[in-house]
Write a protein of this length. Structure first.
Length: 295
């Protein structure tokens, strides 16, 4: 008889290694891990890093430690001029509302001194949203100016500062109208805000040592049209809205552009709040005087 060598003991079967899945998408298999937290991430969650890939959470966490880029005048760097586009969209919608309501909406939002005196202060700003319903060129001219100039100023100042320049320019035009226009005059249009933008472009150009002859010519021509055209044609143009917007926009833009670099954000807040306060006081003084005269 021959003896058989003893057979080696049976090794227990090793469990197959579990296939990792993305921590954000458990239904997707992946063998790639985040370089920071080492969690598995699928292609949809991979973000390029200096070495390998990172997950969205780690990228967001890392970005919080990075100082945000700023524009020349202290605002956040703007890639898409969303404030400009929002202004254009809202203005177009309001114009459509004017047509649908037989201009009742225009009458409710126009700058009208008796309405302001009676507490409808919103008219001082909503005037920039309504236009002559019977003259689409009025809307098209202002809309084109906003479309061309708005992105330039929004990238120079950032979203919030640019919005302040636009709105306070519109308010400044309304305030001068409140003081100097006949009491029963109704005014519509974004021209005050547009003239304020013209002044702001001039200030930015001077601050950056750019050639400002072009914008100076535009301002001069538009001021000439403001005063000459009504005299020769009988067409009514609100010179108070134009001049008030131009002065307000120019002064506010100068305060923003020439603010000291040290604590610049604080100076900007003070400039915007200060301009708003001055305009508010002028409104209160004028409405009080009108009410006293009526009584």
């Amino acid at each position: 008889m021959t003896s058989q060598p003893p057979s080696p003991p049976q090794q227990p079967e090793q469990p197959a290694e579990a296939v990792p899945t993305c921590y954000r998408h458990p239904d997707k298999e992946t063998w790639v891990r985040c370089q920071r937290c080492e969690r598995p991430i699928c292609p949809d969650c991979m973000r390029d890093a200096s070495v390998g890939f990172q997950c969205p959470e780690c990228v967001a966490e890392g970005n919080t430690a990075i100082r945000q880029a700023r524009s020349t005048f202290g605002g956040r760097v703007v890639s898409t001029p969303i404030v400009t586009y929002a202004i254009l969209a809202i203005t177009a919608l309001v114009f459509g509302g004017q047509l649908l309501t037989d201009n009742a909406l225009g009458g409710a939002l126009a700058m009208w001194t008796p309405g302001v005196v009676n507490g409808e202060y919103y008219r001082l700003v909503t005037v920039a949203l309504v236009h002559d319903a019977g003259n689409p060129l009025h809307l098209l001219f202002n809309g084109w100016a906003i479309f061309v100039i708005g992105p330039y100023l929004e990238r120079a100042f950032g979203h919030l500062r640019y919005a302040a320049v636009y709105l306070l320019s519109a308010l400044g035009g309304s305030v001068l109208s409140l003081w100097l226009d006949p009491l029963t005059t109704a005014t519509v249009g974004a021209s005050g805000a547009v003239f304020g933008m013209f002044g702001a472009v001039f200030v930015v150009g001077r601050r950056l040592n750019l050639d400002v002859r072009g914008i100076t010519l535009i301002i001069g021509l538009n001021l000439a049209i403001t005063f000459v055209l009504p005299a020769i044609s009988g067409l009514r143009i609100s010179w108070t809205g134009h001049v008030g917007g131009l002065v307000t926009g120019t002064l506010l833009a100068a305060a923003l552009a020439y603010a000291p670099t040290r604590n610049r954000a604080l100076w900007h807040v003070l400039a915007i709040v200060g301009a708003l306060a001055v305009l508010a006081v002028l409104v209160m003084v004028r409405t009080s005087a009108i009410l006293a005269g009526v009584s």
